[in-house]
Design a protein around this ligand. Structure first.
Ligand code: PMP
Length: 427
């Protein structure tokens, strides 16, 4: 029972639209009452009714070291003692920027912002300012935050609500956003052959995580790099989700492709609101105050957020955490697959590094938006609720990736797989 969550949800709806401050949290996709959370520790979250769940959402990504990691918590407490915000530069900003550049060397220079949305919005403006072109190319089902020009055929909550493009965006803005199918290089080449010299940039989630989890097919990212080189367009990897997750150096390290600009979020703040964008110095030189493209933020580089992010990255870069993360993800994915087979359920699982997604489908492989959206969403919703009842909190939508953390040990994975076995049997 979720009595307290239900009460809080009723109350929330009176004062907050839909009762939530970000749509996917409302369980619109899976139905039912969202859990109101009171605390979290390691691999677990606790709801307002006092029930404990193994958490595979991890605040939608940032909690790659598990919740309330002591190194991050201590960094936040210590830094807060010196004041919460100055609106003036601090040494911590340099230290974190240098750490990010060490881990993601293509980011020769970077700027901190306070969310993934700000990072992608700013990167797009910069690419347009740098190239003097207006058009951008994105992929159907990829989500890059909610800036106007990026809310066209987008994934995540928009897919859940069946509004892939949002009202409120003038046609004059949307017309500059070209969209093609993820993993379809032929379409990219075709559109470039028509508009290539007007396209400022391609922005892509190198592993799509907002239409479930879809890795790039072989040659796709390489092809995007080549097309951008040919037409003088900027290649932006939106690594808000994949950064520090599919490998320490992100998807660009995992697939060995160097983008011109990268956007980061989530992990870079260790749970505090942070994002960043950066890349080639020649492009970053166009940003104010050095260059003419304006971009700013009162709370950008906030000391508490910088300290949390630095603690998270220092910790993540120690030992072979990413081997541990991908081994654990593989064990979980293989276990889900085996449990589904045992119970006669058709299931495909995609996973890269510490992100994964389920597809209730007969298809052996899911590599496209069309396939992802054709899966049995109703079955996913039932499975989600059964798992929740068992004490396992998966991403509450068939169109979102789920995440592991270093706090997910064999114990949590075994518990999850035993629960999945029971749930598949009932499906
Ligand atoms: N890009 C990607 C790939 C994302 O997954 C998200 C958020 N899920 C964003 C951008 C936007 O980040 P934020 O919600 O912090 O604005």
């Amino acid at each position: 029972m979720t009595n307290v969550s239900q009460q809080l949800f009723n109350q929330a709806q009176g004062v907050i639209p839909g009762g939530v401050n970000s749509p996917v949290r409302a369980f619109n996709s899976v139905g039912g009452t969202p859990l109101f959370i009171t605390k979290a520790e390691g691999a677990y979250i606790y709801d307002a009714d006092g029930k404990r769940y193994i958490d595979y959402v991890g605040s939608w990504g940032p909690m790659i070291l598990g919740h309330n990691h002591p190194a991050i918590l201590n960094a936040v407490i210590e830094t807060a003692q010196n004041g919460l915000s100055f609106g003036a530069p601090t040494e911590l900003e340099i230290t974190l920027a240098e750490k990010v550049r060490e881990i993601v060397p293509s980011m020769e220079q970077l700027r901190m912002v306070s969310s993934g949305t700000e990072a992608t919005m700013s990167a797009i403006r910069l690419a347009r300012g740098y190239t003097g072109r207006d058009k951008i190319l994105k992929f159907e089902g990829c989500y890059h935050g909610h800036a106007d020009s990026l809310l066209v055929k987008a994934g995540s909550g928009l897919l859940t609500m069946g509004v892939p493009s949002s009202p409120g965006i003038p046609d004059d803005v949307a017309k500059h956003t070209l969209t093609v199918s993820f993993n379809n290089l032929a379409q990219v080449k075709e559109i470039f052959s028509e508009f290539g010299h007007e396209i400022a940039c391609i922005i892509v989630e190198p592993v799509a995580g907002n239409m479930n989890c879809i890795p790039p097919v072989e040659g796709f990212l390489e092809g995007l790099r080549a097309v951008c080189d040919e037409y003088g367009s900027v290649l932006i990897f939106d690594e808000v989700m994949t950064g520090f997750r599919v490998a320490l150096g992100g998807a660009q390290a995992h697939y060995n492709i160097v983008p011109d600009l990268t956007t980061l979020g989530k992990v870079i703040g260790g749970g505090m609101p942070v994002g960043a964008f950066g890349g080639k110095k020649a492009i970053m030189d166009y940003i104010a105050p050095v260059g003419p493209v304006y971009q700013a933020g009162t709370l950008s580089g906030n000391p508490i957020a910088m300290a949390a992010g630095l603690a998270a990255l220092n910790e993540l870069a120690t030992g072979d955490k990413h081997q541990q993360l991908s081994d654990a993800t593989e064990k979980l994915a293989m276990g889900f697959k085996a449990a589904a087979e045992r119970n006669g359920v058709s299931l495909t699982i995609n996973y890269v590094g510490a992100m994964f997604g389920f597809f209730f489908t007969e298809a052996e492989q899911v590599t496209s938006f069309e396939q992802a959206t054709a899966c049995d969403g109703e079955k996913f919703n039932r499975f989600f609720h059964m798992m929740l009842e068992e004490g396992v909190y998966l991403a509450p939508s068939a169109f979102e990736a789920s995440f592991l953390s270093t706090a997910h040990s064999d114990e949590e994975i075994d518990f999850t797989l035993a629960a999945a076995d029971r749930c598949f049997a009932k499906l």
